[in-house]
Ligand binder design. Structure first.
Ligand code: 8DG
Length: 150
């Protein structure tokens, strides 16, 4: 059955199911968040983001996030609350979903896939060129960072 055979409500459910979710981690430690400079592809290289990637079929958001943090930064993490809304990407075919994350076991991130990584305080959030979709998430961070200073 093609999507044109579906009733309008069913089409919405079908669209939501096929929408890819990109999960990303705002890793927060002592009032700072980890920002990562993309190395590829060329159209986004040099822009800054939160580490993360696509949720694979059958995988939970939390599992995908933990997997990406190991692959990209070689760190173990505990996944906390969502930050901000789902942000539409790629003409609505994907969404960016960001979670607050903390490091486990004293692990220290290493840039295995990024050009550079940098810990930013609330006052430094505007010092890097974020990917456009990250801006509404970054706007939520000053409050969270102040609270994490303890
Ligand atoms: N990881 C990540 N991707 C983001 C952010 N903001 C944003 O617009 N994106 C976009 C860039 C990419 O088009 C897409 C994620 O692609 P990706 O290369 O990180 O993930 P992937 O799972 O396809 O790749 P990989 O980890 O398997 O190499 O989402 C962000 O903060 N973090």
């Amino acid at each position: 059955m093609g999507s044109s055979d579906l009733m309008p409500g069913e089409q919405q459910v079908s669209a939501a199911k096929s929408r890819k979710v990109i999960v990303a981690a705002a890793i927060i430690t002592e009032g700072r968040v980890l920002a990562c400079e993309r190395s590829a592809p060329p159209e986004v290289a040099g822009r800054w983001e939160f580490p993360g990637g696509k949720v694979e079929p059958g995988e939970s958001d939390e599992h995908a996030l933990a997997r990406e943090c190991v692959e990209e930064l070689d760190v173990r993490v505990e996944v906390g609350d969502r930050i901000g809304p789902d942000v539409p990407l790629a003409h609505g075919r994907a969404v960016l979903r960001v979670f607050a994350v903390t490091l486990l076991g004293g692990d220290q991130p290493r840039a295995l896939e990024h050009t550079a990584i940098r810990w930013l305080s609330a006052d430094e959030l505007d010092s890097v060129p974020w990917l456009p979709a990250d801006k509404p998430i970054v706007a939520e961070l000053p409050e969270l960072l102040r609270r994490s200073r303890g």
